[in-house]
Design a protein around this ligand. Structure first.
Ligand SMILES: Nc1ncnc2c1ncn2[C@@H]1O[C@H](COP(=O)(O)OP(=O)(O)OP(=O)(O)O)[C@@H](O)[C@H]1O
Ligand SMILES: O=c1ccn([C@@H]2O[C@H](COP(=O)(O)O)[C@@H](O)[C@H]2O)c(=O)[nH]1
Length: 256
């Protein structure tokens, strides 16, 4: 695939262009990616690398908001598989995303960026409650807004939270920074013969059950024609590169 699509500010169509021009984007940071080389938890070097990447994009004039996962600390589904009440486990998972958000906020501030953490579950002594119009205002002022605690509801994931917030913030695209350099025909970490796609439609991802993101997130993006860009966030500068449409990534859009 050689051509790239560009989402117009009106959000109602695509143009064929060589270079994307994004005004506002949401980056979903995988919790697992924050582990770096560690077995669990957060690798401070990885926080610094991700923060430097985000700072580069912000300084290029793009408004950035973030949703952080919690899979490096706790996943409700895994706990439920061992007998824990699912909803209780999911609330613990959402709290895990708040820990990651605070770590990332600190990393971003060390890069000299202005930031706000907004939580979907109220915890007013450490972060602002999520208020949509306030979040938009923060971004207009050049602040990086980190949306924590997922959607605030059990039985969801931070991928769905990312699609939800990206739509609410009227972002031009949702970037999913993960451990693999795009979407493959099968999980590349389990199947070495899986092949990578440059471009897919939402329906391709749903019908072929390409499990890089959950179906609820893909459906939400599809309903609102929100492009999704999946890329590997382990190399320094990776986020800036995909925002400039460089390097390897898979883009999910409405039609090829
Ligand atoms: N078809 C596929 N193409 C690419 N990756 C896939 C595919 N199927 C499954 N995966 C897996 O999906 C993973 C993406 O999940 P990732 O860990 O980034 O998300 P997450 O669960 O949202 O993050 P976290 O819970 O750690 O915050 C990849 O690491 C990859 O191994
Ligand atoms: O809206 C949400 C978002 C997340 N959760 C719980 O948090 C963990 C961690 O999120 P990941 O997306 O897996 O990184 C998730 O496993 C859920 O248990 C939630 O309940 N609701």
């Amino acid at each position: 695939m050689t051509s790239k699509t560009h989402r117009n500010p009106s959000r109602d169509g695509y143009m064929t262009e060589k270079q994307e021009s994004y005004k506002r984007v949401l980056l979903k940071v995988s919790g697992e990616a924050l582990m770096g080389k560690a077995a669990s938890g957060v690798d401070p070097d990885m926080i610094d690398m991700v923060a430097a990447d985000i700072a580069e994009v912000v300084r290029s004039g793009v408004q950035v908001c973030l949703v952080v996962g919690g899979g490096n600390i706790f996943r409700g589904l895994s706990a439920a598989a061992k007998g824990m009440d699912r909803a209780q486990g999911d609330y613990a998972g959402m709290l895990a995303t708040v820990i990651n958000a605070l770590m990332l906020q600190n990393g971003l501030e060390r890069q000299g960026l202005e930031t706000r953490v907004m939580t979907a579950i109220q915890m007013a002594s450490i972060a602002e409650p999520y208020i949509r119009r306030r979040a938009v205002r923060h971004m207009e002022k050049g602040r990086v807004v980190i949306f924590a605690a997922g959607t605030g509801n059990p039985f969801f994931t931070t991928d769905t939270a990312a699609a939800l917030r990206a739509n609410e913030m009227e972002c031009d695209a949702l970037f999913k920074g993960t451990q693999v350099d795009g979407i493959y025909s099968d999980d590349p970490r389990r199947n070495p013969d899986a092949t990578r796609y440059d471009r897919l439609t939402y329906m391709d991802v749903l019908s072929q059950q390409l499990n890089v993101m959950d179906a609820a997130a893909i459906s939400l993006a599809r309903e609102n024609k929100l492009p999704i860009v999946v890329f590997n966030m382990h190399a320094p500068g990776a986020f800036g590169a995909v925002v400039r449409s460089e390097g390897l990534f898979t883009k999910v859009v409405e039609a090829n």
